[in-house]
Ligand binder design. Structure first.
Ligand code: 4AD
Ligand code: MG
Length: 465
């Protein structure tokens, strides 16, 4: 089936040349003069190709005049300069082959406007709509721009394991993986508890919440690495910014401190904004018009913006001054809520903010302890609209301090033996961060719900497809 993508046909000015295209009909209308006009889309770009099919075609009445939304077609024809406004070219069909029919009464996308909620129920078809086509093409460009950014800086792409026995964030929000028969769990006679010795791996195992700990081991050998893979959180948060399965990009940099870490984060975010602006003008224009007014202006401004940097303590002072505006009153020691993060990025700084040095009690065990005894070298990057987009830190490279903190957090240093080895053998200062890929796609498309920027969202009680 040799065919040309519609994107390339629309860019071509080879009038008179033969092209074969294949795609799905969006609409069809018939003119009195004996022509059918079919808007054909193949997903290669936002725009449709107008196919003009003359009544002289042998299957005009039997098939072409029965084409409805969703019917798949292969069309051969000549490229012609279009007399109509709004398009430069059209294809004058010499043959139209119907590949697959599509019952208009049953097809879920037959009707005009369909809510995003309804489209989530037909997530296997929603990529055929303008919105989801645009979102997925923007997602693709963000992924490629991520690889380009890190590769151009000498980072190596590293694949962290998905199955793991450790809990990186220490938050206990893990999905357990087992091959034990849930109806007949083997128990240990002495303790009465489940005998995981009889499980597949001989101990409890879960899906990873973050590839960071493993990435640290490779950074402490190859210098700079980054992961880009799926991560899993069994958080019961039913919000527009949480998923149970999401993709994370986690760079890890040896011989780096918190400021270096923040510098990379800033450059990376600007590189992503620049890439979508340069590579997705049509899809962005659509999102700007139909999804979120002002999106283009915001991305353009942020692509060159300098990020504000403040300490957690300063952030709390700023928030306390506006305490009345919040549902959750801020005070030193509390974790920042989404409403606080957005207030800082939207109202105080009108742009990205990096908040540094959080209280150690609200952050993970691996973060480097500051000399004040109260805070750790953590950073969160906050954006308007989405709040936290990046979480990162300088890592604790001192063996004794790390062991002590693991114990304080109620965990067993013995089970982190390999992680602690990095501090035993040639320990180095190092730092890294994690960017939630779907939060980024949300930010760059203006979509309101994170479930609508990943092909098949997983959230509490949501795992169809
Ligand atoms: O702040 P988090 O939990 O940090 C880590 O996992 C570190 N190990 C990263 C590192 O230093 N290498 O998560 C990082 C980012 C968040 O800032 C957020 O953007 C995203 O991951 N994230 C989620 N995205 C969607 N759904 C969820 N449930 C998310 N939880 C975190
Ligand atoms: Mg975080």
């Amino acid at each position: 089936m040799k065919h040309t993508f519609i994107k390339a046909v629309l860019e071509s000015r080879d009038f008179g040349k033969d092209f074969t295209v294949a795609g799905w009909a969006r609409t069809r209308r018939d003119s009195k003069g004996g022509f059918s006009f079919i808007e054909l889309n193949d997903g290669s770009c936002y725009k449709n190709l107008q196919v003009v099919a003359p009544a002289a075609l042998p299957n005009y009445e039997s098939e072409i005049q029965r084409i409805t939304t969703g019917v798949s077609l292969k069309v051969r024809g000549k490229l012609v300069e279009s007399p109509a406004a709004g398009q430069a070219v059209e294809l004058h069909a010499e043959s139209v082959e119907v590949l697959g029919t599509c019952d208009p009464l049953a097809y879920p996308l037959s009707k005009g406007r369909i809510s995003f909620e309804r489209l989530r129920e037909v997530a296997h078809l929603r990529a055929r709509t303008n919105t989801f086509g645009a979102v997925m093409r923007i997602r693709n460009v963000l992924a490629m721009a991520t690889h380009r950014f890190f590769q151009s800086r000498g980072f190596y792409y590293f694949n962290a394991p998905i199955l793991t026995a450790s809990d990186c964030e220490g938050a206990g929000e893990m999905f357990q993986v087992t091959t034990l028969d849930m109806n007949r769990l083997p128990t240990d006679k002495a303790t009465g508890k489940v005998d995981f010795d009889r499980d597949f791996f001989g101990k409890p195992v879960n899906l990873t919440v973050s590839g960071q700990l493993e990435a640290e081991t490779y950074a402490c050998a190859l210098g700079s690495v980054y992961t880009f893979g799926p991560t899993f959180r069994a958080e019961k948060s039913n919000t527009t910014r949480h998923l149970s399965e999401f993709w994370m990009i986690e760079p890890e940099i040896a011989f780096a401190d918190l400021q270096d870490d923040a510098d990379v984060a800033e450059d990376y975010l600007r590189a992503l904004f620049t890439a979508v602006l340069q590579e997705c003008p049509e899809d962005l224009a659509f999102c700007d018009q139909r999804i979120e007014k002002g999106l283009l202006e915001r991305l353009t401004r942020l692509s060159t913006a300098k990020f504000a940097r403040i300490t957690y303590t300063e952030a709390i002072e700023l928030l306390e001054k506006a305490a009345d505006t919040f549902e959750f009153k801020p005070s030193w020691g509390c974790d920042l809520q989404s409403e606080h993060e957005r207030y800082l990025a939207e109202k105080v700084f009108n742009g990205p903010v990096i908040v540094m040095n959080y209280p150690k009690e609200i952050k993970a065990f691996y973060m480097r302890q500051n000399d004040d005894g109260k805070t750790v070298a953590a950073m969160d990057v906050l954006l308007p609209e989405v709040g936290e987009i990046i979480g990162g830190s300088q890592r604790e490279e001192r063996l004794d301090r790390l062991e002590e903190r693991i114990r304080e957090c109620g965990m067993d240093p013995a089970s982190y033996w390999w992680y602690l080895d990095l501090r035993r053998y040639g320990s180095v200062p190092h730092a890294g961060f994690g960017l939630g890929f779907e939060r980024m796609v949300r930010f760059c498309t203006g979509m309101a719900n994170i479930r609508d920027v990943i092909p098949f969202p997983r959230a509490p009680r949501e795992v169809e497809f």
